[in-house]
Design a protein around this ligand. Structure first.
Ligand code: NI
Length: 169
């Protein structure tokens, strides 16, 4: 089932998501819905709080060469980072806007998959950015929080304008 993606301004996106304690059938259904929602949207990652569910759970699929390769992150923890990357980033909860964002160029994450198995995901570039972006969401953070003050104020002004003109949905 495709779920509605909540937008910047909804308090659920600012709350730190509590961990998933038991991986029930309900959690597996949530994962399935999140992947369906992600594939229906112009994005490569989705956190549970972006569909209004405050739980430490996110999905990523880089969909390289149009091939599906879903990554399910339950209770993810970033355990290693290095390097630096400065690339354009967007977010399904801040539609229509992009900004060059500073990130680590490498990230390693421990998480459980939907079967409760411990997994390690690591990578550079796009995968590193997606891992950082989604774990940020679960901590109540947006990529725009990482922008330098002037650019952050500019994009926040742009968001306010869009909220007024009903482009926010
Ligand atoms: Ni996002």
């Amino acid at each position: 089932m495709i779920r509605k993606i909540v937008k910047h301004g909804d308090p659920v996106l600012r709350k730190k998501c509590p961990p998933v304690n038991v991986i029930t059938a309900e959690i597996r259904k949530l994962v399935k819905d999140m992947l369906e929602t992600l594939y229906d949207a112009p994005g490569i990652g989705l956190a549970a709080n972006q569909i209004g569910v405050s739980l430490s759970l996110a999905v990523i699929d880089l969909q390289l060469n149009q091939k599906r390769a879903p990554i399910v992150l339950i209770n993810p923890q970033v355990v290693e980072t290095k390097g630096e990357l400065f690339e354009e980033e967007g977010c399904l909860s801040i539609p229509g806007l992009l900004a060059r964002t500073k990130r680590y160029s490498f990230a390693k994450v421990f998480a459980l998959n939907e079967n409760g198995l411990p997994m390690t995901y690591q990578g550079e570039g796009l995968l590193a950015r997606a891992l950082q972006h989604e774990t940020d969401h679960l901590n109540g953070k947006f990529y725009i929080d990482r922008l330098p003050l002037f650019r952050r104020l500019k994009i926040q002004g742009e968001i306010r304008k869009r909220k007024k003109t009903n482009l926010w949905g």
